[in-house]
Design a protein around this ligand. Structure first.
Ligand code: DC
Length: 223
């Protein structure tokens, strides 16, 4: 099976690019961030905030997170309910970042992620795909851009969805989330030694898309 691992900080364009790349190559697209968001939603439904002063193991024992595909589009189900849209809020971004720092949560999702890659040609994006989830991925990419660029893209996305947000809040949340994701003890966001870095600062979508197609084609040819 071919697996393409794409890691990088929030807002680097991972999900938009990965979705299109998966379509281009005919692979499934696995958005692991959505799985952490679904777990974050569950904890929020159980009354927890980002401090997570709750019995994590107990809540996980009563939680299911499944990924299903409609064509190549991933939908994420929490306890049987499709929550793919509900998880796209700034609150769920912060909850996802909080739960993702907890080892039992990472262990809870790891198996599902690996099985998807064992059974399908796939493109998987997240923070630890090249370093922990798929250390033997066919191609590893570390996708990044400046914090300003990333915050502006996320801000525009939220505004397009009709949410009321301030640029400064989006920027501050992003910097805080980068810090959390890079400094947690378990599976922190970092570039795998054998990853190719793609910096999309200042690039239009089409330019980033072409850049990644070239990296992936080269990576697959080289194996
Ligand atoms: O990519 P995203 O913004 O949807 O991810 C939400 C959060 O989940 C992010 O702050 C970090 C965490 N995450 C992670 O720790 N590991 C992954 N493989 C994917 C996401």
């Amino acid at each position: 099976m071919i697996s393409v691992a794409i890691d990088g900080p929030a807002g680097a364009g991972k999900s938009t690019l990965s979705r299109k790349l998966a379509e281009h190559f005919g692979f499934i697209y696995v958005d692991t961030g959505a799985m952490y968001r679904a777990v974050g939603l569950k904890f929020s439904q159980m009354g927890a905030d980002t401090e997570l002063n709750c019995d994590i193991e107990k809540i996980l024992a009563d939680t299911t997170v499944d990924i299903r595909f409609v064509g190549t589009e991933q939908r994420v189900f929490l306890d049987g309910e499709d929550v793919s849209d509900k998880i796209r809020t700034p609150e769920m971004s912060m909850m996802a970042s909080a739960v993702s720092a907890k080892p039992p949560v990472r262990a809870f999702l790891l198996d599902t992620q690996r099985k998807l890659a064992e059974n399908n040609d796939c493109l998987m994006d997240g923070r630890d795909i090249g370093t922990v989830v798929l250390p033997n991925a066919t191609v590893k990419i570390y996708l990044t851009a400046s914090a300003e660029d990333r915050a502006m893209r996320r801000y525009k996305e939220l505004i397009e969805k009709g949410q009321t947000v301030e640029f400064k809040d989006v920027y501050d949340d992003m910097v805080k989330r980068d810090y959390n994701d890079m400094h947690r003890e378990i599976a922190p966001l970092k570039q795998a030694d054998d990853a190719v870095v793609a910096d999309t600062t200042g690039l239009e979508f089409e330019q980033s898309f072409e850049l990644l197609i070239n990296i992936i084609n080269k990576g697959i040819e080289g194996k």
